[in-house]
Design a protein around this ligand. Sequence first.
Ligand SMILES: *[C@@H]1O[C@H](CO)[C@@H](O)[C@H](O)[C@H]1NC(C)=O
Ligand SMILES: *[C@@H]1O[C@H](CO)[C@@H](O)[C@H](O)[C@H]1NC(C)=O
Ligand SMILES: *[C@@H]1O[C@H](CO)[C@@H](O)[C@H](O)[C@H]1NC(C)=O
Ligand SMILES: *[C@@H]1O[C@H](CO)[C@@H](O)[C@H](O)[C@H]1NC(C)=O
Ligand SMILES: *[C@@H]1O[C@H](CO)[C@@H](O)[C@H](O)[C@H]1NC(C)=O
Ligand SMILES: *[C@@H]1O[C@H](CO)[C@@H](O)[C@H](O)[C@H]1NC(C)=O
Length: 362
Amino acid sequence: MLIISIYIMDKPSKSSRMLLMARVISLFRMAVRTKYCTSRIKSYVIPLLNYSVDTQSSQGGIPVSFFELLGLLGSLKGITSDAVASPCVLKLLEAGEVVKFEKGAEEVSQFAAHFISDTDQLQTCNFANFFPLSEGTPLQRAEWIKFLGAFANLETKANQVYDAVKASYNCLSQMAAKRRTSFKPIVAWMEYDKNGGVWCFTKEPHKLKFVEDAGGENIDKSINKITYNVSDPDDLEALHAILCTVDAVIDETISSYPQNYTQKTFLDNISLEDNSCFAFNQSIWRYDKRVRQGTTLDWHDGAISQPNLVLADMIEALFPTGNYTTSYFRNIAKGEGVIDISPDMCDRDASLPFVPTIPACG
Ligand SMILES: *[C@@H]1O[C@H](CO)[C@@H](O)[C@H](O)[C@H]1NC(C)=O
Ligand SMILES: *[C@@H]1O[C@H](CO)[C@@H](O)[C@H](O)[C@H]1NC(C)=O
Ligand SMILES: *[C@@H]1O[C@H](CO)[C@@H](O)[C@H](O)[C@H]1NC(C)=O
Ligand SMILES: *[C@@H]1O[C@H](CO)[C@@H](O)[C@H](O)[C@H]1NC(C)=O
Ligand SMILES: *[C@@H]1O[C@H](CO)[C@@H](O)[C@H](O)[C@H]1NC(C)=O
Ligand SMILES: *[C@@H]1O[C@H](CO)[C@@H](O)[C@H](O)[C@H]1NC(C)=O
């Protein structure tokens, strides 16, 4: 029997909206027997027999790791770019079980659903919008697994995975809060724009939340508003003054070759020859540790579905034990390099659900 679902395609902006949609899907599941497609409502035959993912617009978040956690890689049939940070998808691609296709309407129409996060494109009826980045907290982003699970009648599995990730996240965050020391390291997420020659500090809420939940403190809000032009001596002086208050830096600067992005790159771009007098001199982090072919970062995929690992990384960054191997963060102040993701790193049966990684806590 065909089961048909309906889903409102307005851009959802909050978790509650996403959950509402998932509920709409369940409600209509029994009621509707014809496939439906208007500008506001779409229907999909579920469970999906197959689907494809737009893997090109990584800045919006890629759902591949979510599908791995649900055990749905077996029905992933197409991707629009081979720049994917999942070893198992790369392996399926090599084996020809997943194909790379051009984004044309005709090519997309061969899949029961096509998942996109970049909505500035012409959409046909089988497009499904995946928007984790519209959420304000790391856990709300991870909760999008419930939305994806609904396409495969896997709501229960999705809830289980989410609950495990959430419990891990909350345990780590409580552990950080219970720390005996009252020292709260000050953290700056910062990014250099090569073209404008300016530095700015991040104000994205979920990033600031990671710092708070790890037991750190974000730099003052008034600092976030401004960009600092390194060619302007006053700006540069102000930038250095701010950095004097900072205990850890997370350098988000986009690099076309993360392998070569070192502490020297950072220091050059803040116009410092050495940082020995700065408190952050042992703690300059980037989130590009897991990278595929130079530029595709797992940060835009796996780090969204498992924010507990990012939090564990952040805690290690702020309160180093030397005992924990980070997943996404690398410390360029200690010369840590990147891990180049390749198909041979897939060491499991890709058709089975990937068990979420739960770092030690307590
Ligand atoms: C995907 O599934 C649909 C049925 O929903 C089928 O018609 C189509 O041929 C399948 N496409 C691929 C590429 O497997
Ligand atoms: C930064 O300053 C330089 C030199 O004054 C100027 O050419 C450049 O346009 C400035 N950048 C921005 C983004 O204002
Ligand atoms: C990266 O660094 C290596 C060694 O310094 C150099 O040979 C190579 O050209 C650099 N690559 C890029 C893309 O900058
Ligand atoms: C930023 O760092 C890179 C690599 O060291 C360097 O090529 C570039 O000139 C630097 N930019 C500035 C404005 O210092
Ligand atoms: C790092 O900075 C501190 C001052 O904040 C200084 O005491 C220490 O020697 C510096 N360490 C290195 C390796 O530069
Ligand atoms: C390192 O890990 C071990 C085992 O997980 C633990 O017993 C030990 O206390 C840890 N050391 C530090 C410094 O956290």
